[in-house]
Design a protein. Structure first.
Length: 636
């Protein structure tokens, strides 16, 4: 592994930079294509969460801010970023690609770990949420959508210390340090958080460390970032309703090196090299104390090299790219029998007896061209996987600009996803895996309308997704336990609407206190129902999701936000075979934050789930009721 790290350092000399955030939203460049484009030109539904929205929202974690995003389903088994599954457009947690500055963070063991990120929320410049399949740009993991956390470019004014406290023994301590010079931008962050839990066996301890440094150069920049995150948490009812003493420990670390080089005004090149390791200990029923051989131990590793080149000419923007990715796992449960056993760190009597390794090679082409009021982007991904063979995934996006500030667009793309190691190999008393699972494939179609004005913008879109060989965990009446299966064709359609109105831009004193209102709504419908089986993932989508966010500035130093969310989930859950099937209850949630800010001093109060609403995101795991917390941030 050490030699591979040295190799990445030596070759880290050529990545597309993430374009800077402009004041005018319509000019923000997003990464929906190989070549970044202004959001108004992009023929996809891309929503932006900027740093001000993050600062004003009543949240403290990455998954917290995503719960308000358009058509994003955040299903938490444990709060405050301990474990959350993120899905887009009715997909599930294994179908969403998670990135930091374009670095892929998905875990091949399971999508449950995709959000185990050390990235501090204070370091985020913006979050891009790309709706729909994007395999021709991002490869196999971008099946239902992409979430890209883009970090700040400048470390200036980044020194701060934070403390958060609240009900259920919540306490968090965080320190951020930034150093900015003419040639270098460096940011460091460390945090520790704890809660006694809102119910039996829901306590957690979480630690993170993150660092990034960017070296500015004459024709580009070199960026190095990495971090570590550790979670220890009670997992009551997580994977079975009658075992309240489940427990889990996860540890993740990553290192990424990127280099952007602009040869001239026409030619630019990018190379990203990244390493990621994730360790998972899962104890189903206090086996650490009674029978340690029954505890699950997994270690997954990912090595990724991604190179892109873009050339601008009279024919438009021509882009090519190559990506090599290796995914591997050591486990006492997942994979094939290992030729040589390896001892589990800190457990001298436990060995990784199984392993699996697969390699993926992708090459992609894209051509973009604008003619008068038309903008077209077309491309293809050719993908070879050592376990699943060769596949070709084309796509085309078309935008039309009938007048200033208006965009009409249409897109058609094919996407794929390979099964995780858990889906293929985990056989326990609660689930039966299938090593012969096929990759799932989908055709994605979308049409939409965007409008951008100085103080008002909206996007409306209609989409259709046809999925074949969908992978799901299902429970059939005739079988004693759930199984992993490829389900026959699933056709899903939906409507999305997003709007934002910046009232304060009117400069009218009467409305100055009312700063901004945001509204997004998504409606989904599928032609498959739970007939003869119970779906744990694929058919538990949100049929309705509505978020309304309002932001107020009450005085020069006092601000407030109130966010209402409505969720109506399809599907059901069952406590045991003798209990009735329970449909998911709709959820009506209201969160608020009050902010007092004066120069270097920020004091805030959060109240989540104000009306103490009882609801479930996953069967068996009840979500927290009202939770009051507050914090103090000192900047220096």
């Amino acid at each position: 592994m050490f030699q591979k790290i040295i190799l990445f350092i030596l070759i880290g000399s050529s990545v597309f930079s993430q374009d800077s955030l402009e004041i005018n939203l319509s000019e923000v460049k997003v990464s929906a294509n190989i070549s970044p484009n202004e959001i108004r030109k992009t023929a996809r539904n891309v929503s932006i969460i900027d740093q001000k929205d993050i600062k004003d929202a009543p949240v403290k974690t990455l998954d917290g801010i995503l719960q308000y995003a358009l058509n994003v389903d955040v299903r938490s088994r444990s709060p405050f970023g301990v474990q959350s599954d993120i899905s887009i457009r009715g997909g599930h947690f294994d179908q969403t690609l998670i990135m930091i500055d374009g670095v892929k963070m998905n875990d091949p063991q399971t999508g449950h770990h995709a959000m185990n990120l050390p990235l501090p929320i204070e370091q985020i410049e913006r979050i891009e949420v790309l709706q729909g399949g994007a395999s021709r740009v991002y490869g196999p993991s971008a099946f239902s959508g992409v979430i890209n956390f883009i970090t700040k470019k400048s470390a200036a004014n980044s020194n701060s210390a934070l403390i958060n406290v609240g009900e259920f023994g919540l306490r968090e301590f965080k320190g951020n340090y930034g150093l900015a010079t003419n040639k270098n931008q460096t940011f460091l962050s460390a945090s520790k958080s704890h809660s006694d839990g809102y119910a039996y066996n829901t306590a957690f301890d979480r630690m993170t460390f993150y660092g990034k440094t960017t070296f500015l150069q004459a024709k580009g920049f070199l960026s190095v970032q990495g971090g570590m995150v550790g979670n220890k948490f009670g997992a009551s009812n997580f994977y079975h309703p009658k075992f309240h003493d489940q427990y889990e420990e996860t540890n993740g670390k990553f290192l990424a090196i990127s280099k952007t080089h602009n040869f001239n005004n026409q030619l630019s090149s990018t190379l990203i090299g990244s390493l990621r390791r994730h360790n998972d200990l899962y104890d189903f029923n206090k086996y650490l104390l009674s029978n340690i051989n029954s505890v699950n131990f997994h270690q997954s590793d990912v090595i990724d090299l991604d190179w892109k080149m873009r050339y601008l000419s009279d024919f438009g923007a021509s882009s090519i790219g190559i990506e090599w990715r290796e995914e591997s796992i050591l486990s006492n449960r997942l994979g094939d029998e290992a030729a040589e056993k390896k001892m589990v760190k800190n457990y001298p009597d436990i060995f990784y007896s199984k392993s699996k390794r697969r390699q993926n090679f992708s090459t992609y082409l894209e051509q973009q061209k604008q003619w008068d009021n038309w903008f077209i982007s077309g491309g293809v991904l050719v993908n070879f996987n050592s376990q699943f063979g060769t596949n070709i995934y084309p796509g085309i996006d078309v935008s039309f600009f009938p007048k200033q500030g208006i965009t009409i667009y249409g897109t058609a793309n094919k996407s794929l996803r390979f099964p995780t190691f858990t889906e293929m190999y985990l056989n326990t008393s609660t689930v039966m895996a299938d090593p012969n699972l096929l990759p799932e494939k989908a055709f994605n179609y979308e049409i939409g309308l965007k409008s951008f004005k100085k103080s008002f913008h909206f996007t409306v879109s209609v989409f259709y997704k046809k999925t074949t060989d969908a992978i799901d965990k299902v429970k059939r009446v005739e079988l004693a336990k759930p199984t992993m299966e490829n389900i026959n064709d699933i056709n899903m359609a939906g409507l999305e609407f997003l709007t934002q109105f910046n009232i304060s831009d009117k400069r009218n004193d009467k409305y100055y206190w009312f700063q901004k209102v945001q509204l997004n709504y998504a409606y989904l419908i599928s032609d498959r129902k739970e007939q003869g089986f119970q779906s744990f993932y694929t058919l538990n989508y949100l049929r309705h999701k509505l978020s309304v966010s309002t932001f107020f500035r009450l005085t020069n130093t006092l601000s407030a936000s109130v966010i209402y969310s409505y969720k109506k989930r399809e599907g059901s859950y069952q406590w045991d075979v003798s209990s009735p099937i329970v449909p998911y209850r709709q959820a009506n949630l209201v969160d608020t934050r009050i902010n007092f800010t004066k120069k270097w001093f920020n004091l805030y109060l959060d109240v989540n789930n104000i009306f103490n609403y009882q609801y479930f995101d996953f069967g068996f795991v009840e979500q927290p009721g009202r939770w009051i917390s507050g914090g103090l941030k000192l900047s220096f």
